[in-house]
Design a protein around this ligand. Structure first.
Ligand SMILES: [Zn+2]
Length: 292
C-alpha cells in the first residue's frame, strides 16, 4: 500500500491560503481523532469500530484494538502516565507562533500510548533499528525511522532549513552540536519510552532549556521566544511538533507527530477533515444512524 504522502503533503503545504469550515465529524472527537490517525498512518491504522454498547475502538492493521477512552475524569497525571487514544490527542497542538505561553499541564504531544508507537515502529530496540535509515540533515546523517513517512519528512525539513541556517549564522550556537535522534530509553524520571526510542525524534543542542534541569525560572519565556521561529515552522510544515511549546518544556526536541499537526489544521479550518473508515455494521454507530 502506498503511503498517502502526497495527500498529506498537500494538506500540510499547499492549502494554507484556503480556508475550510472546521467541521468535526458527526461522531465527534473520537471520529476526528481516528480520521487524523488514519490519514497520518494509513498503513497502520484501519479505522474506528464501535462495541455493542457504542464505545469507540481504534483498530490497527496488526490486529490490535485500542479502546478510545478508557476512563472518565482522569487526573492530568494519570492522563500522562497511562494515556488512552483520547488523552493522546486531547490537547490541540498550537501552530506557528502560537503556544509560547502554555498553561501548567498543557503539553500537547507528551501523552503517548506506548503500544501504539510500538505497533507503528517496532516492539523493541532491534526492530526499530532495523527500520532506521540515514537521513542527510544539515551536513550530518541522522538515523530516522523509514516507516510512515518519518524519514522522508525529516529529509524535507533538512531541505527547508539548509538555506535558512546558511543565512543565519547567529543560530548556530543555538542549534549545534546536535544531540541526536535514535536512543531506546525511557523519558528521564519515568518508565515511559521517549519517542527517541522509535527513531522519530530529533534533538538540537543538548544545552537548550529542559524543564527538569532549567534553573532560570521566568526566563524560560524569553528562551522560548529566542528559539528561531523559522526552524519551528519548517518542522511543523512537515508534521513535527516542538517540545518548546510544552509547559514541561524541552527546547531542543522535535518529534514526528503528523496526526497532531493534521488535527490542529483541521480545527483551524486550514485543511478539510480527512475521511474516516468506520468499520463494522452501521447500526453499531452512535447518533441518528443507530436509531431504528
Ligand atoms: Zn528529544
Amino acid at each position: 500500500m502506498v503511503w498517502l504522502g502526497p495527500w498529506l503533503a498537500c494538506c500540510l503545504l499547499l492549502l494554507p491560503v484556503r480556508s475550510f469550515s472546521a467541521e468535526v465529524p458527526a461522531g465527534g472527537e473520537a471520529e476526528l481523532d481516528a480520521a487524523v490517525l488514519c490519514a497520518a498512518y494509513p498503513e497502520a491504522v484501519l479505522g474506528l469500530e464501535y462495541t455493542p454498547d457504542q464505545k469507540p475502538v481504534l483498530v490497527l492493521a496488526n490486529g490490535q484494538r485500542l479502546v478510545y477512552a478508557t476512563a472518565r475524569d482522569k487526573t492530568a497525571e494519570a492522563a500522562l502516565e497511562n494515556p488512552d487514544v483520547k488523552d493522546m490527542l486531547e490537547q490541540v497542538y498550537p501552530l506557528g507562533e502560537a503556544g509560547l505561553s502554555p498553561a501548567p499541564g498543557f503539553d500537547p504531544g507528551r501523552r503517548r500510548v506506548t503500544s501504539f508507537f510500538k505497533a507503528l515502529y517496532g516492539q523493541d530496540k532491534e526492530a526499530v533499528q532495523a527500520g532506521g535509515v540515514a537521513v542527510p540533515f544539515l551536513g550530518r546523517r541522522l538515523l530516522f525511522h523509514g516507516a510512515h513517512g518519518a524519514a522522508a519528512a525529516l529529509n524535507r525539513v533538512g531541505e527547508r532549513l539548509a538555506p535558512l541556517v546558511r543565512a543565519h549564522r547567529a543560530w548556530r550556537p543555538t542549534l549545534f552540536p546536535m544531540a541526536g535522534t535514535f536512543c531506546w530509553r525511557p523519558i528521564a524520571g519515568t518508565t515511559r519510552l521517549s519517542l527517541h526510542s522509535f527513531a522519530v525524534a530529533v534533538d538540537f543542542n543538548g544545552n537548550l532549556p529542559y524543564w527538569r534541569t532549567f534553573r532560570g525560572g521566568a526566563r524560560i519565556a524569553a528562551e522560548r521566544r529566542a528559539f528561531p521561529a523559522e526552524v519551528v515552522a519548517a518542522f511543523e510544515a512537515e508534521g513535527f511538533i516542538w517540545g518548546g511549546k510544552w509547559a514541561a518544556f524541552d527546547l531542543m526536541h522535535f518529534e514526528y507527530r503528523p496526526e497532531l499537526i493534521l488535527k490542529s489544521r483541521v480545527l483551524a479550518g486550514l485543511t478539510p477533515c480527512p475521511p474516516l473508515p468506520v468499520l463494522g455494521p452501521e447500526e453499531g454507530r452512535p447518533g441518528p444512524a443507530a436509531t431504528p
